[in-house]
Design a protein around this ligand. Structure first.
Ligand code: TA6
Length: 306
């Protein structure tokens, strides 16, 4: 039984928020608290460190979400894989090179705001609020909620609320890492006709995507697109259909060989088995909120056998 040797904190969480066979909490790597959602259609794990979905496995399917075997599970560090929450900035901080890429949300400890379940769904809400440390680098009061809904698909909703007295502007991404059998056989559909910038050539002019995207080298592109994207993976025999709302940008990234070798928390050949397709708001799609206002970025992951 998972609770046999659980810590008092984990036992308390399971007493307060657990539901046998539907919602449970366990201690994970690095001592991080992991929420496990389950229902008759599958299971999903979310780490309270970073508010990060770590796994999603619909019943009868291979794992959907990828995580590096070299991932680091340490306070203040980002976990390589899953669906990192990039907020309140995407990529390098626009001015401060001393600050971590992709903001602070993915390296902070989130709190449980609530759980609920029904015959069809198991749900978890996590919340993150400003701290003296965040105010020191980003002088705005905020409340961030991550709402994960496991039903016959997986939905992830990131809601930002301005709880301060001044407007603020942020960029963001649900930086999902997806499992593929063999990247050379994969293609990404749905971005044909969309404008994109190539992050590997900073300052390069926008281009227009003409074809489904295939992968033969490091690929790191930011598309202006608000539509659905499909990861076609003949190796596994499935399509991952990534639908979204509240997002004007889609990022497609595979590090390929050289970048994989440069990342200490990424195996040299792991690029073969993963692909990032990220629902985001970057550049012209940055979001400005007036005091009291909220914005939700929402992702739905559906698995279609092919
Ligand atoms: O999403 C693409 C990207 O911005 C890449 O440029 C690469 O840096 C990736 O994110 C991973 O960033 P991380 O800070 O998690 O190593």
């Amino acid at each position: 039984m998972a609770d046999d040797l659980a810590s008092p904190e984990i036992l308390k969480l399971n007493r307060q928020y657990g539901a046998f066979g539907r919602i449970a909490f366990r201690e994970g790597p690095g001592g991080f608290t992991i929420a496990v959602l389950a229902n008759q259609r599958g299971s999903c794990e979310i780490c309270l460190h970073g508010g990060q979905v770590l796994s999603y496995r619909p019943i009868g399917h291979a794992a959907v979400i990828w995580r590096s075997a070299h991932a680091v599970y340490e306070p203040g560090k980002a976990i390589r894989g899953g669906i990192p929450v990039c907020w309140p900035w995407f990529g390098p901080h626009p001015e401060r090179k001393d600050l971590p890429a992709h903001g602070f949300a993915r390296t902070m400890d989130w709190k449980i705001a609530g759980t609920e379940y029904s015959n069809e769904k198991s749900e978890l809400r996590l919340v993150l609020r400003d701290t003296p440390e965040t105010l020191a680098v980003w002088p705005h009061r905020f409340e961030l909620e991550l709402h994960v809904i496991l039903g016959d698909n997986l939905r992830v909703r990131l809601t930002a609320k301005n709880t301060g007295d001044d407007d603020f502007t942020f960029t963001e991404a649900l930086h999902g890492y997806y499992m593929v059998r063999q990247i050379a056989d994969v293609c990404v559909m749905g971005l044909e006709g969309a404008k994109f910038t190539d992050s590997l050539v900073p300052g390069s002019a926008p281009q227009t995507e003409e074809n489904p995207i295939v992968f033969r080298a490091e690929t790191d592109r930011i598309y202006s697109d608000d539509g659905e994207v499909v990861i076609s993976d003949p190796g596994i025999g499935r399509e991952l259909v990534l639908s979204k709302s509240g997002s004007g940008s889609t990022v497609v990234w595979n590090p390929w060989i050289a970048k994989s070798q440069r990342m200490s928390d990424f195996g040299d050949d792991e690029y073969l088995r993963m692909l990032c397709v990220e629902q985001a708001n970057i550049g012209d799609a940055a979001v400005t909120l007036a005091p009291g206002k909220s914005h939700t970025l929402s992702l739905s992951i559906n698995v279609d056998l092919k």
